[in-house]
Design a binder for this molecule. Structure first.
Ligand SMILES: NC(=O)c1ccc[n+]([C@@H]2O[C@H](COP(=O)([O-])OP(=O)(O)OC[C@H]3O[C@@H](n4cnc5c(N)ncnc54)[C@H](OP(=O)(O)O)[C@@H]3O)[C@@H](O)[C@H]2O)c1
Length: 392
């Protein structure tokens, strides 16, 4: 039997030029982690970095090829006239973190940010769902053409490993269905209403914690989960299904009488996202037994149950995750790209193109040498090949 040995060689030491697009809750948390963990990232992954771009809507885009003082950017900000797109077109960059707000109807301008970067061969890590939901197949194809990385672990559920999980835990086989609680705000509000509390109080609490989107209506009308369900349907199931095609029940259409009666009966209602290889992909209120995995998620926790053809059911949860965990998910994507794991495998773009980045050299996988064309000078008069073997 052939033994396949994975190379343990670590990547060459590298200095990456990083950009932060958006400087709100998530990218500010990421900036703090980058500062705190600089030494550990260098020691464990041979990765050093310099931040050459920071951009916000009100402050403009600050570019400095020599490196921006991130602590100062966090404390005092900046003021520039350059637009984000102009900066993305020309700034010296190897990778950018997309952390602008979600536009759940078109995914812009974030999709243009991602496209501009990838077209130049600049890798992108996106916490923003928009570009993934509206253009993931095109963006992965573009990244593969230019040799860039495009990853988005934080886009669906903070840092809950969904795509990393599938990449590593399912080297063979596939996901055949998903069922998840992927939005904290709507579920918190749903629980509050079930127990007789006011929806406004619950919404205010989520905003105070920085969990609710800038505009919480995206959470409450089920759009946020519909966008996530569309991403899971596309990337995990290989179904090219845009957010519009997700069947969605907004919280305002949930029957409060049913909700409270279900709660009194000891069952748990969750606004859950679900999809299979065929049939409707939906976001709808569902009632669960209290012991069910999705019902037992505490507080603002998110969870996803994946049904697979070979590995059975796999449940994964992010317990009380917040912006720091979202930022951590982006950092782990940066490190994945540094290690050559540029994109994740998906049936949407074909399994044969998995792991487009640098592959670790493995024993027993050396490609077959091409046979040299026969040298006519070595042919004998009768056309037979000369041979150095002794005649039998
Ligand atoms: N918060 C979470 O826990 C969480 C979890 C998972 C995923 N996400 C996703 O991560 C992204 C960022 O979330 P967040 O909570 O950090 O949002 P946020 O606090 O609202 O920050 C958004 C940032 O984007 C900036 N911005 C807006 N348009 C821009 C443009 N055209 N160019 C450059 N910057 C622009 C804003 O600038 P100004 O500051 O000047 O207004 C702000 O700094 C969102 O897509 C969200 O869905 C968030």
């Amino acid at each position: 039997m052939k033994r396949v040995v994975r190379s343990t060689k670590s990547p060459a030491r590298r200095v990456m030029r990083l950009g932060l697009i958006g400087f709100g809750s998530v990218n500010r948390a990421l900036a703090r982690i980058l500062l705190e963990r600089r030494e550990e990232i260098a020691r464990r992954h041979r990765l050093e970095f310099v931040v050459t771009l920071v951009a916000s809507a009100r402050r403009g885009a600050l570019v400095d090829p020599k490196g921006i003082d991130l602590s100062r950017a966090l404390e005092t900000g900046w003021s520039e006239k350059t637009t984000t797109l102009d900066a993305l077109s020309g700034a010296p960059l190897d990778l950018v973190f997309e952390g602008t707000p979600l536009d759940p109807k078109r995914g812009e301008p974030a999709t243009s940010h991602v496209r501009t970067a990838l077209a130049r061969g600049v890798s992108v890590v996106s916490a923003n769902k928009g570009p993934v939901a509206f253009a993931v197949r095109d963006l992965v194809a573009l990244a593969r053409r230019t040799g860039a990385g495009f990853r988005f672990e934080s886009a669906v559920a903070d840092c809950m490993p969904v795509f990393d999980l599938v990449e590593f835990a399912l080297p063979i086989g596939r996901v055949t269905a998903f069922h998840g609680v992927l939005n904290s705000t709507s579920n918190h509000v749903l629980q509050a209403i079930a127990r007789g509390a006011s929806a406004d109080q619950a919404i205010a609490e989520m905003q105070r914690q920085g969990v609710a989107e800038a505009d919480p209506s995206h959470d409450l009308d089920g759009w946020d989960q519909a966008v996530k369900a569309s991403i899971l349907a596309q990337v995990l199931l290989g179904r090219p299904l845009l957010p519009d095609a997700v069947a969605r029940t907004p919280l305002s259409r949930v029957d409060v009488g049913w909700l409270r009666a279900t709660d009194r009966a000891g069952r748990v209602v969750r606004l859950a996202a679900s999809g299979r290889l065929e049939g409707a992909v939906r976001v709808a209120p569902e009632s669960f037994e209290p012991g069910d995995f999705l019902a037992s998620l505490p507080g603002i926790s998110l969870g996803l149950s994946l049904l697979t053809d070979l590995a059975g059911r796999i449940n994964v949860a992010a317990i009380d995750a917040g912006v720091e965990q979202t930022a951590f998910g982006m950092l782990s994507d940066l490190i994945a790209i540094h290690h050559g794991r540029n994109t994740i495998p998906s049936p949407l773009w074909g399994d044969e193109a998995e792991h487009s980045g640098r592959r670790p050299r493995t024993a027993g996988t050396r490609p077959e040498r091409k046979r040299r064309p026969a040298n006519p000078a070595r042919r004998q008069k009768d056309g037979s090949r000369k041979t150095s073997r002794p005649p039998r």
